[in-house]
Design a protein around this ligand. Structure first.
Ligand code: MEV
Length: 448
């Protein structure tokens, strides 16, 4: 195989110049001829995933550089979510077979018990200008006291609009970090970005301030007299968002925890709380536990055109807030009520970014009733809590594989090119049989 490739592309070691400027066709021809044995087939696959409507395809191509086709994820919907008394159907973009089914189950279960309750605990975003200063700290403090207003004023051109919408820069603070790195300081800024996720706004503000800071410090008499200098290293928002938090909760009387399994509400609650406590205390379990939460969170975040990498990074930073990686959710009994709760930082936008551009994102937003950013934070947190509930419920009762493999059955059947009739028969057969790759293979060979 390696030999063939080498023969096929004798100039592999030569770097391509100006690739991004080639037309999409040129890129496709080059890539398929260069890297594939059957280049015609490789090209056909790419073309078959293009959108038939030219303007939609062009929109997608313009999202990123070097786009050569689209990469599909299924969009599922999960109805029956009751959040603060309002009904929602959640859009979920995800490839993992059991996630939407699990969300649906949890939504239905809690809908009959008053649904999900949520509250926003904060919406503050932040960013830092990281810099080095080699002089007297007192001088540096004086410089900031004297120039704080000018630094903030330097962002006027871009903060005006945000201020009109109720947002902007809410604080600017000098932090001495020279105990962690010699001469290292930060300007730590906090922001309110209302309905936008705010990454571009925050980064633009930081860069303007950093620029102004460079100019002002170079001409600051006290620094010149003391021969000290201030060097900007970088300016960037932080995805660590300890004050941009949402909490989602479900609760019901313990004896109403009728999960349909062979245990009383009290037994179920006890085992459930134990399972969450294990995730609180044991990092190996906590990571998987939180991954289950992110199954629900990411699916809605992607469907609503938000940045799931930012959400992931922030969530895991929050999970380690007490110095040890732990569960993002907690479960307990309070006055004979079972309570299950998730607290998670979520930086989401409902304006800007992909939200107004991607047709399916717009569709998802409309299905959710065009929520503002705070409402979307609450919906997304609920998706995480629901997913976590469904996963733990399976884990402590039937085990996860039963539901998982049932959902995975179709993937295996498709991998093995089963006909529609074989699929129908297999689905009926595996209702009562354990699903595994070999069991499905055997079934297909005995049911041609
Ligand atoms: C699988 O994608 C997610 C789970 O592992 C989550 C969990 O273990 O809680 C089922």
């Amino acid at each position: 195989m390696y030999l063939c490739r080498t023969l096929k592309c004798p100039n592999m070691s030569k770097k391509i110049e100006g690739f991004s400027k080639w037309s999409k066709d040129q890129k496709i021809n080059w890539i398929t001829q260069m890297h594939f044995e059957d280049s015609a087939n490789a090209k056909e696959i790419l073309l078959s995933y293009n959108h038939p409507r030219k303007e939609i395809q062009q929109q997608h191509d313009e999202f990123i550089e070097n786009s050569i086709t689209n990469f599909y994820l299924p969009l599922g919907v999960a109805p029956n979510f009751v959040i603060n008394g309002k009904e929602y159907t959640l859009p979920m973009a995800i490839e993992e077979s059991s996630v939407v089914a699990a969300a649906c189950n949890a939504a239905k279960f809690w809908a009959s018990k008053g649904g999900f309750k949520t509250q926003i605990l904060g919406t503050q975003k932040n960013g830092q200008i990281h810099f080095l200063f080699d002089g007297n700290k007192t001088l540096l403090k004086k410089f900031f006291q004297e120039n704080k207003t000018s630094l903030l004023e330097s962002t006027k051109s871009i903060t005006a609009n945000m201020k009109n919408r109720g947002g902007g820069i809410s604080n600017l603070e000098l932090l001495d970090k020279s105990n962690v790195i010699d001469h290292y300081f930060q300007l730590h800024l906090t922001f309110e970005t209302v309905d936008s996720m705010g990454a571009n706004f925050i980064n633009s503000c930081l860069e303007l301030i950093a620029n102004e800071m460079g100019l002002l410090s170079a001409n600051y008499d006290d620094f010149i007299a003391e021969q000290c200098s201030l060097e900007i290293i970088m300016s960037i928002l932080s995805n660590h968002l300890p004050h941009c938090l949402v909490e989602a909760t479900v609760s019901c009387p313990v004896d109403e925890l009728n999960t349909g399994e062979n245990s009383s509400g009290a037994q179920f609650a006890k085992k459930f709380i134990q399972a969450v406590e294990i995730a609180e205390k044991e990092p190996f379990r906590a990571v998987t536990h939180n991954k289950g939460i992110m199954n629900g969170i990411d699916a809605v975040v992607i469907a609503t055109g938000n940045d799931f990498r930012a959400v992931e990074a922030g969530a895991h930073a929050h999970a380690v807030k007490n110095g040890k990686y732990s569960s993002l959710s907690r479960a307990f009994i309070s006055r004979d009520n079972f309570v299950f709760q998730l607290e998670i930082p979520l930086s989401l936008g409902t304006v800007g970014g992909l939200t107004q551009l991607h047709p399916v994102v717009k569709w998802s937003m409309e299905m959710l009733g065009n929520p503002d950013a705070k409402e979307l934070m609450q919906i997304v947190a609920v998706a995480g809590l629901a997913q976590n509930f469904a996963a733990i419920r399976s884990l402590i009762t039937s085990g996860i594989q039963k539901g998982h493999m049932k959902m995975h059955l179709l993937n295996i059947l498709n991998q093995k090119n089963a006909t529609d009739l074989q699929k129908e028969k297999a689905i009926a057969y595996f209702k009562t049989q354990p699903v595994s790759y070999s069991a499905v293979s055997n079934f297909l060979s005995t049911n041609p």
